[in-house]
Design a binder for this molecule. Sequence first.
Ligand code: ZN
Length: 303
Amino acid sequence: MSRSSYRGRFAPSPTGLLHAGSLATALASWLDAKASQGIWLIRIEDLDTPRLVKGAEQGILQQLAQMGMMSDEGVLYQSERKPQYLEAIHSLNQGRLLYACQCSRKKIAQYIQSHPIPDSQEMVYPGFCRPLEPQICDLDEVNYAIRVRIPKNTIIKGQNLHQEVGDFVILRQDGIFTYQLSVVVDDAAQGVTHIVRGQDLESNTPRQIWLQQQLGLTLPEYLHIPLVVNDSAEKLSKQTKAPIIWPQNSQEALIHLYQAGCHLELGLTKPHVTMTVSEWLNQAVMAWKNRREQRLGFFNTTQ
Ligand SMILES: [Zn+2]
């Protein structure tokens, strides 16, 4: 089969090893790429240094390899991409889209306390610093957070960015580039055409599209898949103590893949003991392709 122009990716943060939830996301992005004869990439999102766990990035790559998923090109590490993020900030700054913010968490929290918002909404920065700093002059000596200036009536995918999200941070006060900025810069640099990720990130999509538009980047397509939850209906995560996946042999790897496949509604039967990981993956690609073409399950609502 010939290669298509499809380029997908899985972009874990090495804040811990993969659990059933992150495995399902990895598998979904891999299946979508392979069902399209595309390229699948792994990107390690290792910018948030205080949250990183030593050795987790190697562990994640090993976990994925155990499940038969390997990056078709070299693995990209965000920690090596800071000049590119700075370049994007320069470009946004030239468009007068940024301002410096020195508000403490406490100041914002106090404001929020006196101006309560419904539970369903996220905290919207009240814009204290918006009028103070028309433009950032010196990006080399940054000791403040940098926020984007979202114009009024900016509506993307039905979300009013100005009202519902507000002026979000792209560089934190501690000098760390945020997810919103780095993900947009890297998806463009890697030529990513399709993003398959967990539903928890869906509300981030409009602000990322806004950044893509301001930076003149090509917009990828998005698919958000349902989250794996535990018995208390909480998203699996390190915080909810989700068990780590570490198969000792291909039989165990198959069981994890099968469970991830059940979550993705592939409708496959339990794998026979003689089945190999790559045989199971081939079967899964066919099932994914079918469901996507027929717009079954979550393909019906999210694409
Ligand atoms: Zn501020």
